[in-house]
Every structure is written in C-alpha cells, then in structure tokens.
Design a binder for this molecule. Structure first.
Ligand code: CP
Ligand code: NVA
Length: 305
C-alpha cells in the first residue's frame, strides 16, 4: 500500500498487520520516522475541518515513531485557492516523510496522492474515514477476539464513517447491518461493492429495530456531518426514529457494546443513558485512534509485524 485513502487500499493481510502493529509498544517499532543519523522526519497534517481525536492522535503517533508533525489549517495552505493541490503535494514531499489531510472533497486527497512522492493518509473526507474504521475494528477485536461471524449494526446516516466501517467489517468477516432512512442510505451498487470485499456480509433496512436485533456491536454517528450544517433542521426531522436508545439496545445481544466515533450529540443520534452507560466503548474507541494511527504509519513506512 502506497497511500491510505480508503480502507480498500489495504488487503486483508495488511489490515491484520496494521492491527497487530497498533498493539505493539511504540518503542518496538524502530522509529521509522527518524533518519539513519537520528534526526526526526516531518509529517504534514493538513486540516480543512475541525478535529480533536484525529489531530491529537496523529501528532502523538508521529512523535512516538520518532518524527515531527506539522499541523496546518486548510485555509493557511489554501488548497486550490492559494496554490494548486499538486504544487502543495510536490513541495511538501520534499520536507516530509508523509502527508495527511482532512478535506471536504475526497478528490483532493486523491490528487494529493497522485502528485506526492511520499505516502498520503486520508484523515477524513466526505467519502471515507479509514483511520476511524481501523480504530473501530481494533476496538471490536479487543472486545470479541476477532470480527469473524460477529454482527455489527450501524444506525443513522450512511456517511464516511459508515462506509469505512462497512468495508473493514466485511473484509474481516463480520455481518454488517445498516439501518438508514431512505435517501440517506447506501445504494444497491454500494451494497454490492461492499459485499464483494470479503467473507462478511452486508444488509440494509430502514427499520432500526430489526437491524439491531441480536447485534454484538451497535454504532452510530452524527446526523449532521461537517459540511452539512445547512441541512441540519431537515436532517434532525428525518433521523428522529434512528436514535440509539436503551429500548433499542435491549434488542441486541446480551453482552453487546455501543460505539460512536465522536463527537456525539446526546439526545439526537444517541441517548445519554447509552453513550454514558456500561455498554459504551467510546472512550476506548477514541483512545484506539492513537494506536491505529501509529500502526498505519508504521506499516506504510515498511515496519513488519
Ligand atoms: N472521530 C473523529 O475523527 O474525531 P475528530 O473529528 O475529533 O478528529
Ligand atoms: N461523519 C462525521 C464524522 C466526524 C468525525 C463528519 O464527517 O463530520
């Protein structure tokens, strides 16, 4: 794998490698972001959107691997406004050992990757959130031992997070079940594409109670992603029946867990009693962003398990 723009840039073995590297002590990974003379190698982190987990976990992962992260706001670099994306990629490739970007349009990370001579990591686009998918898988593997044969439900908007989660679940052999309102769901082509990725399965319904029945993990995400603020009122109305409540969790497997990539909006996509209750793994999941990011970078820079 040269770049990580989507989960599908990793094959099954590479996902297992990343998850194994993620669980190793940082010092055992050999500081791949340090030159042979011992000087730190740079990592460019460009953010067109706000972030808590992604920025902090990526900065610390880079430091733990011996490198030096440089955070830059999107408007400061001015992707395609101050200068073309390709010039940014070519210049930054000369300073840094990797470039990571959080962007509005997925096409921007694709163009960065085409022009860059160093690995490019998608830190969230409108299309996918692969670092989140890897941390989600790591959290469920820690919980269940493996994802093979487990039922993973996602309730809400079929968005970047839902797509990356579905891809990794099917690749790792889980049954992925989506509950989304009509018009905010996965197309039949998309369901077919994901179903062909691995030994798991995918199905979809607009009835959340059916989808979560017997699930081992229930995931959700905000109903209003970054960049969709103008649709907020309409979305809150449409998604009203897709809130993960204690009543909904009562339909799941007896030892099921609740997950959310965060930030969460209590009283909307999830009830406080669920996200702050004993089945919730959201803090562990958030902390796993650090371990997953470190595993990805180590893998991209050639560290073997
Ligand atoms: N889950 C996630 O990506 O969080 P941030 O937006 O805070 O980085
Ligand atoms: N779907 C959300 C995820 C935030 C981490 C968004 O894109 O805003």
């Amino acid at each position: 794998m040269k770049h990580l723009l989507n989960i599908t840039d990793l094959d099954t073995d590479e996902i297992h490698q990343v998850l194994e590297l993620a669980q190793r002590q940082p010092s055992s990974l050999g500081y791949p972001l340090r030159s042979s003379e011992g000087t730190p190698i740079g990592a460019a982190l460009i953010f067109e959107k706000p972030s808590n987990r992604t920025r902090h976990s990526m900065e610390i992962a880079v430091v733990q691997l011996g490198g030096h992260p440089i955070y830059t706001r999107g408007e400061e670099v001015g992707l395609d406004t101050r200068e073309p994306v390709e010039d940014v990629a070519r210049i930054m490739s000369g300073y840094h050992g990797l470039i990571a970007a959080r962007v509005f349009k997925h096409g921007i990370v694709e163009r960065l990757a085409r022009a860059s001579s160093v690995p490019v990591i998608n830190m969230l686009s409108d299309f996918s959130h692969p670092l989140q998918g890897l941390a989600d898988a790591l959290t469920m593997v820690q919980e269940f031992g493996s994802l093979g044969g487990k039922t993973v439900a996602y309730v809400g908007d079929y968005n970047n997070v839902a797509r990356s989660l579905g891809e990794i679940c099917v690749i790792l052999g889980a049954h992925y079940r989506l509950a989304c309102p009509e018009g905010y769901d996965a197309s039949s082509d998309e369901l077919q594409r994901i179903s062909s990725l691995g030994s798991g399965s995918i199905e979809q319904s607009s009835r959340p109670q059916e989808i979560v029945a017997g699930a081992h993990a229930v995931h959700t995400d905000t109903w209003v992603s970054m960049g969709q603020e103008a649709e907020k009122a309409q979305r809150l109305e449409i998604f009203g029946a897709f809130s993960v409540t204690t009543q909904m969790m009562a339909l799941t497997a007896s030892d099921s867990i609740f997950m959310h990539c965060l930030p969460a909006y209590r009283g909307y996509e999830v009830a406080s009693e669920v996200i702050d209750g004993s089945a919730s793994r959201v803090i562990q999941q958030g902390h796993n962003r650090l371990h997953a990011s470190r595993g990805v970078i180590a893998h991209m820079l050639g560290v073997k398990r």
